[in-house]
Ligand binder design. Structure first.
Ligand SMILES: NC(=O)c1ccc[n+]([C@@H]2O[C@H](COP(=O)([O-])OP(=O)(O)OC[C@H]3O[C@@H](n4cnc5c(N)ncnc54)[C@H](O)[C@@H]3O)[C@@H](O)[C@H]2O)c1
Length: 250
């Protein structure tokens, strides 16, 4: 796998799965744009690690659920590097609540950051990708988008939406050498799952065929493959990276 000369944006890559994806893409040669919101210290640290590998990296703070911030981010990338080859839609949040207690704001914020952002970022990169007749769009969905999860109606809907959106991008952009795929992780050990009570994490691990939570690196390996030239004949697909949890133990 060789991504030398490729320019990638990874949204929400200051920590967790996004940071692991950014580091993996840089490891195989890519120039990587680190995007995040809030405290940019961790994002700067990821960029520094990439520069230490001898690759280029740029940190762009932007709320990817905001159309004008996304447009500014993509303009900054094209004016710095002249192109965008790879978009990894990774940023996501959770606001868990049973449907009867879920507020409008819990719904809107999760749909905004997890799904609208995927539309906004994809729309913004499609023109430069179409011009160069090459592009890779990989969006991080979740097994929750495939099987549902009590307490996560907002999150499950956003992640299922990513899958329908990805298949549509695949159809609209295939003739220009652009592929769009989704990766659906199971339970991965990141700040998103670390705040869960230990007994809930143990209950999750008990359901996983391989017996343990995945690492961000496990997801990053699958993403890097889908972003590579080697995956050129794969589009509109959902690759589950879940230690077998979606198969069930029986
Ligand atoms: N951890 C898991 O078990 C798991 C499982 C399935 C899917 N996922 C998905 O993987 C992706 C990454 O999850 P993670 O576990 O690394 O989460 P995380 O909370 O550790 O990291 C998410 C990152 O996104 C950033 N972010 C949040 N809102 C943003 C916004 N509006 N604009 C830009 N950046 C924003 C956060 O600041 C953070 O750096 C998410 O889409 C998540 O839904 C995670």
């Amino acid at each position: 796998m060789d991504l030398s000369d490729r320019v990638a944006i990874v949204t929400g890559s200051g920590r967790g799965i996004g940071a692991a994806i950014a580091l993996k893409l840089a490891e195989v040669g890519a120039t990587v744009v680190i995007n995040d919101v809030g405290d940019m210290g961790p994002a700067e640290a990821v960029a520094e690690e990439i520069r230490k590998m001898g690759r280029q990296s740029l940190v762009i703070p932007a709320d990817i659920s905001d159309s004008s911030e996304v447009a500014r981010m993509v303009e900054t990338v094209t004016s710095n590097y002249g192109k965008i080859d790879i978009l990894i839609n990774n940023a996501g949040i959770t606001r868990d609540q049973l449907i009867m207690r879920m507020s409008d704001d819990d719904w809107d914020s999760v749909l905004g950051v997890n799904l609208k952002s995927v539309f906004l970022c994809t729309r913004a990169v499609l023109r430069p990708m179409m011009k160069q007749h090459w592009g890779r769009i990989v969006s991080i969905a979740s097994i929750v988008g495939l099987i549902g999860n009590a307490g996560q109606a907002n999150y499950a809907s956003a992640k299922a939406g990513i899958i329908g959106f990805t298949r549509t991008v695949a159809k609209e952009a295939a003739s220009r050498g652009i592929t769009a795929n989704a990766v659906a992780p199971g339970f991965i050990d990141t700040p998103m799952t670390q705040h869960l009570p230990e007994e809930r994490r143990q209950a999750m691990a008990d359901q996983i065929l391989l017996g343990y939570l995945g690492t961000p690196r496990d997801v990053a390996e699958a993403v890097a493959f889908l972003a590579s030239e080697e995956a050129r004949y794969i589009t509109g697909q959902v690759l589950t990276v879940d230690g077998g949890i979606s198969l069930g133990k029986m």
